[in-house]
Design a protein. Structure first.
Length: 154
């Protein structure tokens, strides 16, 4: 076989494998138990009015942290579009919820599911409880910045 064919086969092979991975990822079945298996349960305390300050323009330093936490801990269940995966898509979330509500949802989901009607409605729609992700307040704050950016804020 001419060397050029060998190279072609290799290239086509690599492309096929990569596409295959891409497709599989989309249809991955998410085992929520598995995701949180080794995490100790940490319960946050309620974030209250006045403990959360938002600024314009957005804080650049929060954006990168927010994105990396999203990639690591949230993207398995939340898209950045309106599309629902396991949980609701994040597009528009900062318009339909207050920052304080989002903050408590992230750091204190048990309390929200117990007390907050909107959170309970979401649970009915999604049929899955969002697991506690052990996200600190500081981390949650950076995720909010990332969500605001995703909703078009500058
Ligand atoms: C195992 C899946 C899963 C993971 C991982 C997950 N969530 Fe969720 N999330 C859900 C589900 C399901 C709901 C809706 C039902 C509920 O609240 O329990 C939800 C709801 C939310 C809501 C409310 C959305 C709305 O439209 O009002 C926010 C905000 C949120 N999650 C943030 C996060 C953040 C931030 C992370 C990562 C640190 C994260 N979630 C990780 C499943 C998940």
């Amino acid at each position: 076989m001419k060397p050029i064919y060998a190279v072609l086969i290799l290239v086509v092979g690599i492309v096929l494998i990569r596409c295959d991975k891409g497709v599989k990822k989309d249809y991955k079945v998410i085992d929520t138990q598995e995701l949180t298996k080794n995490q100790p349960e940490v319960h946050g305390t309620e974030v209250k009015e006045g403990e959360l300050q938002l600024t314009n323009p957005l804080k650049e330093e929060y954006l990168a942290t927010g994105k990396s936490i999203y990639d690591l801990k949230c993207s398995a269940c939340h898209r950045l579009t309106e599309e629902k995966l396991v949980g609701p898509g994040w597009k528009g979330v900062t318009k339909r919820r207050t920052p304080l509500w989002i903050m408590n949802m992230i750091t204190n989901v048990e309390m929200m599911l117990e007390k907050d009607e909107e959170a309970q409605k979401l649970l009915e729609q999604c049929l899955v409880r969002m697991p506690n992700q052990n996200v600190s307040r500081e981390e949650a704050r950076s995720i909010i910045e990332y969500m605001r950016k995703n909703d078009g804020e500058q």
